[in-house]
Design a protein around this ligand. Sequence first.
Ligand code: ADP
Ligand code: MG
Length: 401
Amino acid sequence: MRTLPDLLDRLAPGDRVLVRADLNVPLSDGSVRDDTRIRASLPTLRALLDARARVILCSHLGRPKGPDPALALGPVAQQLSELLGRPVAYVGDMPVGEASTGLVTGLEPGAVGLLENLRFDPREKANDPAFADGLVAGIDHFVNDAFGTCHRAHGSVVGTAERRPAYAGTLVSAELDALRGLRDAPDRPFWVILGGAKVSDKIGVIEHLAARVDGFVVGGGMANTFLAAQGVPIGGSRVEEEQVDTARSFLSAAGGPQWELPIDVICAPSLEAGHGEPWAVGEDPGPDRMILDIGPATIDRFCSVLAGARTIFWNGPLGVFEHPPFAGGTRALAEFLGDHEGRVVVGGGDSAAAVRTFGVAERVDHVCTGGGAALEYLEGKDLPGLAALEASARREGERSR
Ligand code: ADP
Ligand code: MG
C-alpha cells in the first residue's frame, strides 16, 4: 500500500488530488457540534496544500436518503476553513454534477474545495461506475483518509481507487499501524476490555482475538449475558437470551484466555433513577432493578489484572456512561488506561467518545476514528477500501516495471 509520502514524492504543483475524508461530524443548528474528525483530517490536507496541490475533498455525513439540506456540508466547509485559515470552496449541489465539475476545474494550486455530501447521490453506496467516473474526472491522484468507511465498498472508497493511483492518507496509515500490531503480533500479555451494549455485535472480534489474548475483561451490557451464562441472577437487566450459549462456550473453551467478569455492579430501577445502588454479583437484584455499571470492587479487580498488560485494546463502555450515576466504571478504567505504561488502543464510536469525555484521549497510544471498520479489521476481515489501495499499488508497481 502506498502512503502520503509516496504521493508527495511524485506530486507536481497544480496536480489535482481527490481526498476521501471522514467529515461525518455531528451538526446542531446549522453548525458543527464536535469538530474532532475535521481536525483529524488536517495533517493530510496541510501536507498536500503545502505541496501546492489542488485538493478536492469529499465525505459523507449522516444517512441521507437523497438530497437533504439538514445534512449539507456547508457548516463543515466553514469550520474547515477556520481551522485551515484559508477559504474552502464549496458549491453545495450534488457531489457529481455540473457545479462540482466547475469547482474542480476552477481551483488554483494550493487551494481546497469541498464536494457535497456523497450520500446525497444513491450511486455512492451502490458504487456505480458512472458515479466514480464523475468523482475522478479531472483528478490526477486519489487519497483515502477515511478509515471509518474502509469496510464499505462505496464509490468514493473503492471506485475512485480503481480509477486513479491511490494512496492511504495519514489517518488511514496511523489506524493501520495501530491495528496491525493488535491483529498480528501484539506484545504479551495482551488484554482486551470488552463492554458496550451487545455481545452479538462483537462475536467476530471475540472469536478472532480469543486465540491471541491472555485475557478478556468484560463489563457493560454485554457482561449481563456472560453472567447469565454462569447462572448468576441478573434481575431486570438487559440480556441477549440467544447469546447465552455462545457466551458460555467462550467462558468454557479449553485452553482459552482468562475471563474476568464483574464481581459487583451498580443497579437502578431505570436510567432516570438519578443514582445507583451497589450490588454484589450473586445476590438477586430482582425484576425491578437492572445492572447499569460495574461496581468499585470490580474496578479494583479489573485494574489489578490489567496492570501487567503490555498491550490493551478497549472496546465498549463498561456502563451507561452517558448518565453520570452510571459513568463511574467507564471513567475509572479510562483514567487507569490514561496512566498505563503498556500500549493502549481504544476502538469503537462510543468508547472513543468516552475517552474524550473523561479527558484521556491524548494519553492513550491510539484512538480509532472508525469503530465498525476497526472491529472488522480485528476480526481478520479484508476491508474493501484497503484492498482497493493495495490493488492500486500493485497496478502502479507493474506499470513502472
Ligand atoms: P462502541 O461504540 O464503543 O463499540 P457499543 O456501541 O457497543 O460501543 O456500546 C455503547 C453503548 O453501550 C453505550 O451507549 C452504553 O450506554 C451502553 N451500555 C454500557 N453498559 C450498559 C449496560 N449495563 N446496560 C445497557 N447499556 C449499556
Ligand atoms: Mg457504538
